[in-house]
Each structure stands twice: as C-alpha cells, then as structure tokens.
Design a protein around this ligand. Structure first.
Ligand code: SF4
Length: 131
C-alpha cells in the first residue's frame, strides 16, 4: 500500500537511539518529503532530514522546512486555544484568555453560522453576472 511505503517509521541505523518517521513538511504547498528524527527515549523530535524517496521533491527542502520542527518543543508554543473577548480583556496575556477545545469549537461554529447568515445579505460583483 502506498501509505506504508511513504509514511512508515523506520530504524535509524546510523543513530540507534533515534527513529526516523517518514512524513512531509506541511509548512507550504510544496509538501516536501522529510524524515523526522525522533529520540526514542524522550519521544521528542530532534531534527529532520530530507527524503530522497519522495517522488516530488527528491531530497530537497528549504531552510524554513528544515527548521520548522523546532516549534514542536518550543517553550512559547501555544498548546491551548486562546480567545479574545470581553472577559479576556480583564488582565490576561495580551488580551487573550485560555479556553477549552469544546469552547473554541463552539465559538468557531457560532461565528461560521453568523457569517453564513450575513453572506446571504451580501451581493458580490461576480454574482450579478449570473443573475
Ligand atoms: S520544506 Fe520549505 S518548500 Fe518544502 S514544504 Fe516545507 S516550507 Fe515548503
């Protein structure tokens, strides 16, 4: 199966304390193939290397993709949803407050519903051509 061929985890023969996880960079539309180097003891990503078996980019990656893994374990990484609203303005970090995932998803659904309702009132120039 193609997924097995392209995304399986493999032993790192050069560094036995590491596993290589075959994946691709998701930072932009090129989706360059890369192997994540994962420390077996800590289960943390410690680096990346390009994938020469990736048919589209064949071992090429840009500097942004090569360093993107550093976000994963960064101290400033945001791990919970942040919402800016009236309550958040009362003394929380930069006007945001932490929220649960349920609250965040509910808010997103509510905002999309509001947008859909408002979209019915908006007439776009291109829509006039078809009416
Ligand atoms: S390595 Fe660079 S060019 Fe490739 S997908 Fe990542 S960001 Fe895009």
């Amino acid at each position: 199966m193609q997924r097995d061929k392209f995304f399986k985890e493999v032993e790192n023969v050069l560094h036995p304390n590491e596993t290589l996880v075959k994946t691709h960079c998701a930072y932009c539309g090129m989706q360059c193939g890369m192997n994540l180097r994962v420390n077996v003891a800590t289960n943390k990503i410690i680096g990346v290397e390009p994938r020469y078996d990736w048919p589209v980019t064949v071992g090429k990656m840009c500097p942004k993709g090569v360093t993107a893994y550093q976000q994963t374990n960064h101290d400033d990484r945001i791990l919970t949803p942040l919402i800016r609203d009236d309550a958040s303005l009362k003394g929380t970090k930069e006007g945001f407050r932490e929220a649960s995932w349920d609250e965040a998803y509910d808010l997103i659904a509510k905002k999309f519903s509001e947008l859909q309702k408002n979209m019915e009132k908006i007439h776009y120039p291109f829509s006039a051509a078809y009416q």
